[in-house]
Design a protein around this ligand. Structure first.
Ligand code: C2O
Ligand code: CU
Length: 480
């Protein structure tokens, strides 16, 4: 007892610094602090975060405004862009799984818009589809989005009206949904929003119809590639200290195939959160709308400088022809001595395969409906706009076969529900992951399994090359 009192007295005398070191160890034995990223490592990539106005810890309540604003995409280069809250991308909305998110949205554009919450499994009335979820939000009007966020992962928001123009001109932003119960320690977190911009001859934003129908048929890719709204920003790294990149492809049409020489991407998750086991690759592909949760272990030596590159990807006729690799993110190692990287934690996620016995088959085709006088794309031989919806019932499981009949790949996206991609034998692709966006390559069929929970309503599916979607490559699913 006397000893204990003495110990307490000594600890009190040394003060709080010592009392934080582990009991039973002297100050000299205490573990050195964990190595950190170099100071300012993400300064050029930092995203503004939406400010939570609600003191309730379970509710995140933010304001969001669409408006045209000047944005500096690289030092000295200022463009007038379409923005959420004055920046590209829009503010990062950070919530916890299970939180209620309330977004007071106001439209200060010259045209109507809506906000779609890509990948979030919320009610159809909050899904942002004009006329079906809600009336378009006219200039000067507001709309409140209000829903519970059900899943952890990286999601995003963007307009669902005139989307090739509105999104192509800058309207998109990330939502990061955290779950404190998930394993931590993969690396220091960095959200990365990839996008591009089309500029006209005057160096300002190109007109919405730039390139005409032929460019739209190819899917218009911008001239300037942006990472977190910046052209060629620099990211700091320290040898051996892992980073966890939460990547989103928010481009209108561009496929992002990424390479970082000498490094591998350890993909631990995607659209619908963590995967059961990681996938290692030195070429990481993100199709429009898709997300990747990736650990990068800096394995080069101190002081190394290199670029992460965009690598041409053949997504159909002419899309890789004479294209060069493009430097998009400068990576700069600090001079700090390398440290031994910690082991990669297990994701701890198990995902059961969807039981497809008795599933309803749904066959759709992405088709070209153009005539000599009119550019039109469609689904099953019809451009969007008719009233022949697909049908499903709450609780039903369907297996979709999505066939691409034209010369360009299409990033298929289904609103409101996750699906599992099936291989040619009809088994889920391993490791199983939850997806909301998946590629349909030229002349190929994408097979996927989806099970509908109890959120009836009209749900859209479409190609996420938004030039294709706006030309008619969209459809509706009526869930009853
Ligand atoms: Cu991100 Cu209907 O789309
Ligand atoms: Cu398409």
């Amino acid at each position: 007892m006397a000893r204990l009192v003495l110990l307490i007295l000594v600890l009190t005398a040394i003060g709080c610094q010592a009392s934080m070191s582990p009991v039973g160890r002297s100050v000299e034995d205490a573990a050195p602090p964990a190595p950190t990223q170099p100071p300012g490592w993400q300064d050029q990539l930092r995203l503004p975060e939406a400010v939570d106005l609600n003191p309730d810890p379970h509710i995140v309540e933010v304001n969001l405004e669409a408006r045209v604003a000047p944005v500096e995409i690289r030092p000295g280069v200022i463009l007038k862009l379409w923005t959420y809250d004055g920046g590209i991308p829009g503010p990062l909305i950070r919530v916890r799984r299970g939180n209620r998110l309330v977004v007071h949205f106001t439209n200060h554009l010259d045209e109507a818009t809506t906000v779609h919450w890509h990948g979030l499994r919320i009610a159809a009335a909050m899904d942002g589809v004009p006329e079906h979820s809600q009336a378009p939000v006219k200039p000067g009007q507001s709309f409140d989005y209000d829903f519970i966020v059900p899943d952890a992962g990286m999601f995003w928001y963007h307009p669902h009206l005139n989307s090739a123009v509105q999104l192509g001109d800058g309207l998109y932003g990330p939502i990061l949904v955290e779950d404190p119960k998930e394993p931590q320690g993969f690396g220091d977190e960095l959200p990365l929003v990839l996008s591009d911009l089309s500029l006209g001859l005057d160096g300002q934003l190109a007109a919405g119809d730039q390139g005409g129908t032929l460019a739209s048929l190819f899917g218009r890719e911008g001239d300037v590639v942006l990472v977190n709204g910046r052209q060629g920003p620099t990211l700091g790294m320290r040898a051996g200290v892992p980073q966890r990149w939460r990547i989103l492809n928010a481009a209108r049409s561009r496929y992002f195939q990424l390479a970082l020489a000498g490094h591998e991407f350890i993909r631990i998750g995607g659209d619908g959160g963590l995967m059961p086991t990681p996938v290692r690759t030195d070429r990481l592909l993100l199709i429009p709308g898709e997300r990747a949760d990736v650990v990068v272990v800096p394995t080069a030596s101190a002081g190394t400088e290199l670029w992460m590159r965009w690598v041409p990807y053949d997504r159909g006729y002419g899309t890789a022809f004479r294209r060069k690799e493009d430097d998009i993110l400068r990576v700069k190692y600090s001079a700090d001595a390398p440290v031994l990287p910690p082991p990669l934690p297990a994701t701890g996620r198990t995902i059961a395969p969807i039981d497809t016995s008795g599933a309803t088959p749904i066959d759709i085709r992405f088709t070209n409906e153009s005539t000599p006088t009119k550019f039109a794309l469609g689904v099953n031989g019809k451009p969007f706009g008719g009233d022949d919806h697909l049908h499903a019932r709450v609780g039903e499981t369907q297996v979709w076969s999505v066939t691409n009949t034209i010369e360009w790949s299409h990033p298929f996206h289904l609103h409101g529900f996750f699906f599992q991609v099936l291989d040619s034998a009809g088994a889920p692709v391993q490791p199983i992951e939850w997806k909301d966006t998946a590629d349909v390559p030229v002349n190929k069929t994408l097979k996927l399994a989806v099970r509908y929970d109890d959120r009836p309503g009209i749900w859209m599916f479409h190609c996420h090359i938004l030039d294709h979607a706006e030309a008619g490559m969209m459809g509706m699913l009526l869930l009853e």
